[in-house]
Design a protein around this ligand. Structure first.
Ligand code: GLN
Length: 260
């Protein structure tokens, strides 16, 4: 199912192009997660790439070579129950995609689905794709809700977001976290990890949407996709491309502080 409204206008004017799969985008799109799709498009166009988006949903199969980037949003327990039964359709292609190191961002329910299973708030064990080793248990009648900040030392970046989940995730040995919790809940109450980083797959509990609040992460993911597709092209660095954007954000924050 194509998102006609989201296709880049006049794609022929752009030197590059990206095909982006939005996994279960019609069913998993909580807390503004679809804003991530807009950010991917914004950054890709800035880097000279026209975008075409396709929702991959119930009954669809997934072929790795058809897409350059995958986005998978968050969902509620009921939708996750329904989608779990469909995951076998996308599984072979998605597993190949992740292992090949192609880029993906998965939020909350999507992140949970990349792992072995999710135990929902009612205690049902919902099978995931099993592509990665993490498991997701549950806080029961409690949830992690609120602002969160994490630090990724490898990238030298700090990410800000808003989390709302009852699932608590435990990473396996070969998965790194997306960052260490500075404040907020994160993956679980027992370690200070938040999210997941495996090859070029990124998982996180951040809504908000994460990419609009953390443009460096949006740039990182889009750039991976472009470099894989156009290995001989030298793409501009984040600072070159978005110097104005960051100073605009700082001005905006200052204005908000001053008027409050
Ligand atoms: N239903 C899942 C949970 O509560 C995922 C929530 C979400 O994607 N926001 O943990």
């Amino acid at each position: 199912m194509s998102y006609i409204s989201l296709q880049t206008n006049h794609p022929e004017k752009y030197p590059y192009d990206l095909k982006i799969a939005h996994f279960y985008g019609d069913l998993m799109n909580t807390y503004g997660d679809n804003g991530n799709v807009l950010l991917l498009k914004y950054v890709a166009e800035k880097l000279g790439a026209a975008c075409a988006f396709e929702i991959v949903s119930l009954g669809d199969s997934f072929k790795m070579s058809d897409f350059d980037l995958v986005f998978w949003g968050g969902g509620q327990d009921f939708e996750q129950q329904v989608i779990s039964e469909d995951l076998q359709n996308v599984l072979p292609g998605l597993k190949e995609y992740v292992e090949a190191g192609k880029p993906m961002l998965a939020i909350c329910g999507g992140y949970q689905f990349l792992g072995q299973y999710y135990i929902d708030a009612a205690g049902n064990k919902i099978p995931g794709t099993g592509i990665l080793g993490h498991v997701t248990k549950n806080l029961g009648d409690d949830r992690f809700i609120g602002d969160i900040e994490i630090r990724n030392e490898e990238f030298g970046e700090t990410y800000y977001g808003f989390e709302n989940h009852s699932g608590i995730t435990y990473l396996s040995e070969n998965e790194k976290p997306l960052g260490r919790v500075v404040y907020g809940g994160g993956n679980n109450p027992d370690d200070d990890t938040e999210g997941l980083h495996y090859k070029n797959t990124f998982g996180t509990y951040f809504h908000g949407p994460i990419l609009s609040r953390n443009p460096r992460l949006a740039y990182r993911i889009v750039r991976i996709a472009l470099e894989q597709k156009y290995p001989s092209v030298q793409f501009p660095a984040f600072d070159e491309l978005f110097r104005d954007l960051e100073s605009e954000q700082i001005t905006d924050i200052k204005r908000k502080i001053e008027t409050n």
